[in-house]
Design a protein around this ligand. Structure first.
Ligand code: ATP
Length: 262
């Protein structure tokens, strides 16, 4: 359902994504991991067609993201890490607008919106009375997730989807994506919360400095690294050990009283 071939993105002198090749079949949840600046968001944006690769190709549901952008957009739902919403619309107006853009008929759109807001514990009244600028962070996150799922796409891309969600909403969301995968959706789940990735994802992909450094099922990865946790493997492959030593050395420069030593 997703096929990346030698995907590369260069910004000036910096290569953000470096010859990344990956195939993800239907029904799989893939955790996309990597340290800050590894190239995860850039990769997701290239999959959506929002960003043009410098070289290499992206195929979604058999369509090339450069030559068949509309088909690709129809085939996927994307929850970005952050991004502007139409702040002066109410949640209801916004979701109705998104539904209309996807060609969902008005009556059917309201039925879908109703189902989703019930799932996320939002009332119809709350959805319609406030503009998005006045929503809490978690409410905004829920609206962005609903907007990505409204047209029922076969491919879903999530960038830190749990950010801002309360414990109950996060639990519900995790169950939701596992169910969607069982129904055959393909899901890419980018996150820094490794224990969630370990529990929810069938497969884990780690990128470091734009390059693929690990690809496997969480249990296989652990077995191949002497039973180490995903966190320990991640750290080893992405230079975390060096950072830990640096942090320890830095911490030693502080006295217990909080005064820095000369
Ligand atoms: P994080 O975990 O911090 O969100 P990430 O893995 O999503 O990081 P990207 O946002 O894909 O990383 O960025 C990869 C690299 O590309 C970074 O070094 C970043 O500074 C650079 N980069 C991203 N977007 C641009 C841009 N528009 N112009 C120039 N450089 C960019």
């Amino acid at each position: 359902m997703i096929k990346l071939t030698d995907l590369t993105k260069v910004y000036g002198a910096q290569t953000a994504v470096d010859h990344l090749s990956l195939e993800i079949p239907a029904g799989q949840i893939v955790g996309l991991l990597g340290p800050n600046g590894a190239g995860k968001s850039t990769t997701l944006k290239m999959i959506t067609g929002m960003l043009r690769p410098t070289s290499g190709t992206v195929q979604v549901a058999g369509y090339d993201a450069t030559t068949h952008l509309m088909e690709v957009k129809r085939s996927l739902g994307f929850v970005p890490e952050s991004g502007a919403l139409y702040e002066s619309l109410t949640g209801l107006e916004y979701l109705r607008m998104v539904a209309a853009l996807y060609g969902i008929e008005a009556e059917q759109a309201d039925v879908r919106i109703q189902e989703f807001i019930q799932f996320f514990d939002i009332t119809w009244q709350a959805l319609g009375e406030k503009i998005l600028a006045a929503y809490s962070k978690g409410m905004r996150r829920k609206i962005v997730i609903i907007a990505a799922l409204l047209h029922n796409p076969p491919v879903l891309l999530f960038d830190e989807p749990l950010d801002g969600l309360d414990v109950n909403a996060a639990m519900g969301f995790k169950t939701l994506i596992q169910t969607l995968a069982k129904q055959g959706r393909t899901i890419v789940y980018s996150s820094h919360i490794l224990d969630v990735v370990e529990k929810v994802c069938h497969r884990v992909v780690i990128i470091h400095q734009g390059r693929l450094v690990l690809d496997g099922a969480p249990a296989e990865v652990s077995a191949q690294h002497g039973g180490q946790s995903l966190e320990a493997v991640f750290s080893k492959l992405t230079g975390g050990d060096v950072l830990r030593e640096k942090a320890e050395n830095f911490a030693r420069t502080f006295t217990p009283g909080g005064t820095e030593q000369p």
